[in-house]
Design a binder for this molecule. Structure first.
Ligand SMILES: [Zn+2]
Ligand SMILES: [Zn+2]
Length: 326
């Protein structure tokens, strides 16, 4: 099993003949999660073999048009396709009104229920197989970054050991697997007595950081989240640093510095100003402070294993990294 990221667009502000506006699809165990919905996103999804009907969760980082103006058309197409499943749309405060407006301007009646969710910092979506939390970024309007974390494997339950200790099969086994200490026949049993934690594996962690000038708030959260892959906007090169500061965006070097501070394993740059036709320049500049770095291009796919070997605290139960702030 793997996690596949597809870069549906990599431009900022306006599309170019080579680049659509920035958005990304994440596919994991049959779930398709969409991050941002710029104009043109429907065709990019179709070109890369994603079904609109399979998308159940859409995360909108902020309301700037280069991240949102495709939502209306996408909802209209889902209705044409007679979608029936609920669709969850997450966005900053005002997302409910934005969704209603998106339906009104296209003048249709959705064939399905659209459930808007206002974002806040902390855990947003806590499913059995994965979770997504949000963190505030530092842009000219309220903008959120997202942390995706695949399910971890707590370790391996040693059945023979449990039977040897005369712990009966049933709910008590489940409790031990969840990390609870139990009492049975007047004796205390700890999870460590039946769990092999050396077999534990961490779920892959991916951070999606769109429009922002670097800021301690999200950099600290990234450090704690410790992602295996960081997707970070890089609107400009350092030669346009003043402009980056003015409009609250990052340069490629700044994205590289964020990656260095947070010790991520891999940096992927996206959201490039149309003034830079060649992503290699962005990768080269970020690469002067952090490696490995990749400049994304439209329709680029990257696969990650869904689990990663544990690096620290090998003999302790795993904890979720995602649920710090509320
Ligand atoms: Zn943008
Ligand atoms: Zn923006």
């Amino acid at each position: 099993m793997s996690i596949t990221l597809t870069f549906l667009g990599t431009s900022c502000s306006t599309p170019t003949p080579e680049r659509n506006l920035s958005s990304m699809a994440l596919v994991y165990r049959g779930h398709t999660i969409l991050f941002d919905t710029p104009e043109g996103v429907q065709q990019q999804l179709m070109r890369t073999g994603h079904s609109l009907v399979k998308i159940n969760h859409i995360f909108i980082s902020h309301f700037h048009g280069d991240h949102t103006l495709g939502l209306s058309g996408m909802l209209a197409t889902m209705t044409t396709l007679e979608r029936k499943t609920d669709l969850h749309v997450y966005g900053p405060r005002g997302i409910g009104e934005f969704v209603s407006l998106s339906v009104r301007v296209a003048d249709f009646f959705p064939s399905f229920t659209i459930i808007p969710h206002e974002l806040h910092e902390g855990m947003i979506l806590d499913e059995k197989e994965y979770s997504i939390s949000a963190v505030k970024l530092n842009h000219s309007c309220m903008c959120y970054g997202f942390f995706f974390e695949a399910e971890s494997k707590a370790g391996e339950f040693q059945r023979t050991q449990a039977l040897k200790l005369k712990i009966p099969e049933g709910p008590l086994w489940g409790k031990l697997q969840k990390g609870e200490t139990i009492m049975h026949a007047g004796k205390k049993f700890t999870p460590g007595m039946v769990m092999d934690y050396s077999k534990a594996a961490e779920g892959t962690r991916i951070a999606y950081i769109m429009d922002t000038f670097p800021h301690a708030n999200y950099v600290d959260a990234l450090k704690q989240f410790n992602p295996h892959a960081l997707i970070h906007e890089a609107s400009f090169l350092e030669s346009e640093k003043e402009r980056a500061i003015e409009v609250k965006h990052s340069t490629a070097k700044m994205a590289g510095e964020v990656a260095t501070h947070t010790q991520v394993k891999q940096l992927i740059l996206t959201h490039f100003s149309p003034r830079y036709p060649n992503g290699k320049d962005m990768a080269k500049e970020a690469g002067s402070v952090f490696k490995p770095v990749t400049a994304a291009h439209d329709l680029m796919k990257i696969e990650f294993p869904e689990k990663q070997p544990r690096e620290r605290e090998k003999n302790k139960p795993l904890r979720k990294k995602n649920s710090t702030k509320k």
